[in-house]
Design a protein around this ligand. Structure first.
Ligand code: DX5
Ligand code: ZN
Length: 241
């Protein structure tokens, strides 16, 4: 997969990652396929353990069962207290990118996770809950493929986007540029065609959306609308004479 990179001047490519949390769990294979046909870039898989977050969803066996149904990049968001215990299982199940929560890791554990995921040739991301500060992670940016800025408290779909996270996204984009790195910024929670341009303008380029895609009558149209909402700001550039 080619990811266009983020430069100050060039428009960033928009990566839409539908969250299977909002899918019909009785037909997950079909739902994953439907997202691929609808034009998604990645497939977001929310793993919850009932401990780090209140809900329990699914684990590696379900991801393994989904793998033959869909060729999209499997974007696995681990909302679990002891991610290192299970990393091997998720890699074996077919995860292409694994995002761990900063709140669940010591510095040594983060390094261990990065080595494990990278040795398997996969991408590694670090997620921050809304209340988790950015500062401690700026030293690790060069080791990571993606930072996930949560725009809701993790654990539930269908919540409202927290606009006070926009500053955090801006600061992070600024820091990535300052270090001249190539790191994706993902946002997750409350993404709709109203909120996506705000996150895009702040510097995000990967967007998780559950309700906005799965609750729509036409998923392809919902994905296209999310994409075109990001170009809103580019279209506003004054026309040359
Ligand atoms: C929340 C999950 C999200 C969730 C987003 O903890 O990480 O991926 O599915 O759902 P919406 O898009 O409905 O806010
Ligand atoms: Zn998620």
């Amino acid at each position: 997969m080619t990811l266009e990179r983020n430069h100050d001047t060039a428009p960033r490519s928009v990566l839409i990652s539908p969250s299977m949390l909002a899918s019909d769990f009785s037909r997950m294979g079909e739902e994953a396929r439907r997202m691929q046909t609808a034009g998604a870039d990645w497939l977001h898989l929310d793993v919850m353990d009932g401990h780090f977050v209140p809900n329990i969803t699914f684990g590696a066996p379900i991801i393994k069962a989904l793998r033959p149904h869909c060729d999209l990049l499997f974007d696995v968001h681990l909302m679990i207290s002891e991610p290192l215990k299970h990393l091997g299982d998720f890699l074996a199940a077919g995860a292409d990118q694994i995002t761990l929560h900063a709140e669940t890791l010591t510095r040594a554990q983060l390094m261990d996770a990065i080595v494990q995921v990278r040795s398997a040739g996969k991408r590694v991301g670090l997620a921050l809950k809304p209340g988790t500060p950015l500062r401690p992670i700026v030293n690790y940016l060069h080791e990571l493929d993606m930072i996930l800025i949560m725009t809701v408290e993790p654990g539930f779909g269908g919540q409202a986007f927290m606009t006070d996270m926009l500053d955090k996204i801006k600061q992070l984009r600024r820091e990535i540029r300052r270090q001249t790195l190539d790191v994706d910024i993902q946002v997750d929670g409350g993404i709709t065609s109203e909120t996506i341009p705000l996150a895009y303008q702040a510097g995000a380029n990967s967007f998780v959306a559950g309700s906005a895609i799965f609750n729509a009558a036409d998923a392809a149209q919902a994905i296209a609308e999310l994409r075109s909402a990001c170009s809103f700001f580019e279209k506003k550039e004054p026309k040359k004479l």
